[in-house]
Write a protein that binds this ligand. Structure first.
Ligand SMILES: NC(=O)c1ccc[n+]([C@@H]2O[C@H](COP(=O)([O-])OP(=O)(O)OC[C@H]3O[C@@H](n4cnc5c(N)ncnc54)[C@H](OP(=O)(O)O)[C@@H]3O)[C@@H](O)[C@H]2O)c1
Length: 280
C-alpha cells in the first residue's frame, strides 16, 4: 500500500517527506521487520543515530524493502564523544560501514554539548563529508539559537534542519520562530511525547472525537500544520499506518490554538535542556 506524504524542501535543495519513522529502540530482527513494514506502508524518511546502535538494522531494512535506495532518505547522527574533526570524519565513515550504505541523506550533530565546545569543529567535518559525497544534507539536533549562530558565523554554512524535542506539552514557539526566520526546517523528536500523558489529554481527545481521528493523528497533524517534520516511532504496522494517515483532514485555527495552549515551561520529557544537558 502506498501513502502520499507531502514534502518540504530544505535550504540546500533536498526534499523530505513531512513524516518519517523514528527508530529509537528498534533493533535486531524485530527492528528490521518494523522498519521494513514502515517502508512498505509508505515511509521514506528513516531516523537513526550512531548511539541507537541500530544503523545496521536500518541498513538491513533498506536492503530487504522493495523500495530502491535512491527513493529512501536515511538519517544518522554524530555522537558527542566524536565531535573533534578527525574523530567525526572517522565516525561518519563508521556509520556508513555499520549500515552498509554508500551515503546518508541526512547526518546530524546529535547534541551541541556546549561545555565541551567542539560542535563547530564537528560541523566542519560534516561540511567536508558532504563535499566528499558521504552525506547529502547536513543538520543538527538540540541546537539553541546561540549555537546555530556560531555555526553560520564560523563556517558560513547553516544547517538544513534542527531536530528538537517538540510535542504539545513543549511546543518550542521561540525556537521554531528562529528557525523560520533563518530558513532552517524544524524536525520534531518525541512528537507523541513518547506516548506519555499527552495521549490522554482531554482537550486533544475532544478534537479527535470531532474529527473521528485518534489523539496521535491529531497531534501529528498539528506538527504538520506548524510546518515541522515529525518522526513518530512505532514498532506496530497498525500504528505506523495510523501515524501516516493524517492528510485527509485539517485542524482549524481555534483547534491549533487549543493545542498550542497546552505547552508548559517544564514540559520537556526528561528535562534535557541543551544549554546544560550533554550526551556522549
Ligand atoms: N535527536 C534527539 O536527541 C532525539 C531524542 C529522542 C528521540 N529522537 C528520535 O525521535 C524519534 C521519535 O521519538 P520517540 O521514539 O522518543 O517518541 P514518540 O515517537 O513520540 O513516541 C513513541 C512511542 O509512542 C508509541 N506510539 C507510536 N504511535 C502510536 C499511536 N498511533 N498510538 C499510540 N501509541 C503510539 C510507540 O509505541 P509502539 O512502538 O508500540 O507503537 C512508542 O512507545 C525516536 O525514535 C528517535 O528516532 C531523537
Amino acid at each position: 500500500m502506498m501513502n502520499q506524504v507531502p514534502e518540504i524542501t530544505l535550504n540546500d535543495g533536498l526534499t523530505l517527506p513531512v513524516i518519517g519513522l523514528g527508530t529509537y529502540k528498534l533493533k535486531g530482527s524485530m527492528g528490521v521487520n518494523a522498519i521494513t513494514s514502515a517502508i512498505n506502508l509508505g515511509y521514506r524518511l528513516i531516523d537513526s543515530a550512531y548511539n541507537y546502535e541500530n544503523e545496521g538494522t536500518v541498513g538491513e531494512a533498506v536492503r530487504r524493502s522493495s523500495v530502491p535506495r535512491q527513493d529512501l532518505l536515511i538519517t544518522s547522527k554524530l555522537p558527542g564523544r566524536y565531535q573533534s574533526y578527525e574523530l567525526a570524519i572517522t565516525a561518519i565513515q563508521e556509520s556508513l560501514y555499520r549500515a552498509h550504505l554508500d551515503y546518508y541523506d541526512l547526518y546530524l550533530i546529535h547534541w551541541p554539548n556546549p561545555k565541551q565546545d567542539k560542535y563547530v569543529e564537528a560541523w566542519q567535518a560534516l561540511i567536508d563529508a558532504k563535499k566528499w559525497g558521504f552525506i547529502r544534507s547536513i543538520g543538527v539536533c538540540n541546537f539553541l539559537p546561540e549555537h546555530l549562530e556560531r555555526l553560520e558565523k564560523e563556517t558560513g554554512v547553516k544547517p538544513s534542519i534542527n531536530q528538537i524535542e517538540l510535542h504539545p506539552f513543549f511546543n518550542q514557539g521561540q525556537q521554531r520562530k528562529y528557525h523560520q526566520e533563518h530558513h532552517i526546517i524544524t524536525e520534531s523528536w518525541s512528537p507523541l511525547g513518547r506516548a506519555n500523558a499527552v495521549l490522554e489529554n482531554e482537550t486533544i481527545k475532544q478534537i479527535a472525537n470531532r474529527h473521528q481521528k485518534t489523539v496521535s493523528q491529531i497531534i501529528l497533524r498539528w506538527h504538520y500544520q506548524l510546518g515541522a517534520i515529525s518522526i513518530p516511532k512505532s514498532a506496530s504496522p497498525e500504528r505506523q499506518l495510523e501515524n501516516l494517515s493524517i492528510f485527509d483532514f485539517s485542524l482549524d485555527e481555534s483547534e491549533m490554538k487549543m493545542i498550542n495552549g497546552l505547552t508548559r515551561p517544564d514540559g520537556r520529557l526528561q528535562n534535557q535542556d541543551p544549554a546544560i544537558y550533554e550526551e556522549f
